[in-house]
Design a protein around this ligand. Structure first.
Ligand code: ZN
Length: 160
């Protein structure tokens, strides 16, 4: 049974509440993760605890335990002059320095002299459904626990 801090290899697909697939590991390598390292969203980590190798399951995760709720105060209008020399278009992302430190923002609107940027995570405010297959489960090595990340499938790879 999966416990906090176990190292798990899994395949997942993630969907919006109306069934649109957002991402999937199934066309590439499985995801290898050390639980408890805040790598996975909270709701998915909670759902994994107590499951076993070989289990497949579907879990619906509410926005609060996925990428958080949307905060309208993270949507801001800034003067276009701040983007001097850049042909700003909707969908571009930039690093911005805010009161909370460095943050990624996405341009959602371009006006004559203002640009509207959104600092919310693109998946914030969304309830997500995960389709998960647990491929392997093992205890972490002391070194993995110390580093806070897995060292390969068997724990014998060096992270350099
Ligand atoms: Zn390491």
């Amino acid at each position: 049974m999966i416990k906090a801090n176990d190292v798990i290899s899994l395949h997942y697909s993630v969907y919006t509440h109306d069934g649109v697939q957002l991402d999937s590991s199934r066309e590439s390598e499985p995801l290898l993760v050390l639980l408890g390292s805040r790598f996975l969203i909270e709701g998915l980590e909670e759902a994994l605890i107590g499951k076993s190798e070989g289990d497949t399951f579907t879990v619906k995760v509410e926005a609060e335990k996925a990428y958080g709720l949307r905060h309208e105060n993270l949507v801001q209008s800034v003067p276009k002059t701040m983007f001097e020399g850049i042909d700003v278009e909707v969908g571009m992302s930039f690093r911005a320095t805010t009161d909370d430190g460095e943050q990624s923002v996405i341009v959602i609107e371009v006006e004559d002299d203002q640009v509207v940027v959104d600092g919310n995570h693109p998946l914030s405010g969304m309830d997500l459904t995960f389709d998960v297959e647990i491929l392997s489960v093992r205890a972490p090595t002391a070194e993995e626990l110390e580093h806070g990340h897995p060292h390969g499938e068997k724990g014998d790879h060096s992270c350099g």
